[in-house]
Design a binder for this molecule. Sequence first.
Ligand code: B12
Length: 446
Amino acid sequence: MPCDVPHVLLVNPWIHGFAAYDFWARPLGLLAIAARLRAGGLRVSWVDCLDRFHPRLPPGLPRKADGRGAFLRTGLPTPPALADVTRRYARYGIDPAWLAEDLGRLPRPDLVLVGSGMTYGYPGVRETIRHLRAAFPGVPVWLGGIYATLCPDHARRFAGADRVFSGPAETELCRAIAEQTGFSFPGGPPPDHLDAAPWPAYDLERRIPAVALRASRGCPFACAYCASRLLEPARRLRSPASVVTEIAHWHRGFGVTDFVLYDDAFLARPEGHGPAVLEAIAAAGLPVRLHTPNALHARGITRETARLLGRAGFVTVRLGVETTDFARRAGLDRKIDAEDFRRAAEALRAAGYRPPAAGAYLLAGLPGWREEEIVRSIDAVHAAGLLPVLAWYSPIPGTALWPQALAASRYDLASDPLYADPAIVPCRKEPFDWGWITRLKAHLAA
Ligand code: B12
């Protein structure tokens, strides 16, 4: 490899927070960028602070055969802004000393790229960047990803990066790398050519517990609580053949058996796309399991699609229901109505899906929502034969619900992304009743 080829190090940062578990949380965005740079001829290295298979990890970290598992958890002092929270704060991911060792074994990079996840996890991003600077003084560190996109000003002030990119920044990033390094390289297809983009570089990982992929980008809906439009403004579809070829590649070449769909609205408009993808996966007949931790669009579940889900190998199926109080949805979303929910639940049951494999997400902690309303939704989901799964609301700047979230919170939400942590139920006024969460959990289990 000639030495004038730039060496780019990509780093998946730690998560800091009150709770984190690997529910198939794969660094899809950063690995997609790694693949693009590698295809462009750059030297690429990869370090994952969330590595659940690091050789220095003590044995016994809980793992499931389907790709999920616990991160190493190390207690940290609670940030002063969250001093009132009685839960324990932690770093999730590998020990900083192991990171330092791993970085010490790498040749000095010309550039470091750091990804970011949930906005409220940013202290983990900041700590990661601090360690990268100590290991490679003078090397530029650039930041992108979800936190960088949703809170760009905050990221510029607090993350400690030299440059912050927002949104699907593939094209801008490749141009900036060429400018920074003086190395001109093909930046790959434009982001809307989904079939032509190189597959995320999961092969850079020590072990691939599961592969996350997308059959589409963007969302046709504009729900008041969701940031999808801010992160991915355009809806674009991938061909069924491309999805199947990627699954076969990871299965046959790397022995991956578990696959996760990260689509925002799989089975949503255009109606034919999702079923065509399912048909193609089923026709390939690969012995793989698929999971949808990010939910399926319930309106797209008919008796036929439910059967197809089973034939394609979908094991864990979640519907995005949010609330079964359908009159409550005005101003929030127009995704589904009572009839859609009834039909989807009935179709899943007819196809043989049962809890806990078949579940429905319900939002909890939205501004103004009362405990008894959530309890009613839990009961309705149980009655429909599905597992209710609570998704606690995380307020996001730039979404339609943000002004109401600001008004409903006991914190100054706008002052710090830490307050977007769903684990602290930020959109409730004081005195906050922690028993609320305990009671809902007990009701879920009942
Ligand atoms: C898949 C997904 C999940 C997965 C896990 C994802 C993960 N890896 O952690 C699952 C289902 C487990 C999940 C769980 C949750 N999620 Co979620 N999730 C998503 C979803 C749908 C897609 C994220 C994704 O991977 N996108 C695909 C990749 C390709 O995009 P990307 O990472 O942004 O990368 C692109 C760019 O950002 C850029 N990029 C990335 N890195 C870098 C680096 C550099 C240097 C550069 C230049 C560019 C760059 O390039 C990439 C290609 O364009 C988003 C919504 C959305 N549409 O984005 C919500 C979203 C991120 N989730 C959200 C929430 C609320 C949650 C939960 C809290 C839900 C709950 N209450 O339980 C949990 C918390 C999980 C946790 N870790 O603690 C919120 C974010 C909240 C916040 N405050 O940040 C979002 C935005 C949805 C929403 N409500 O609007 N989630």
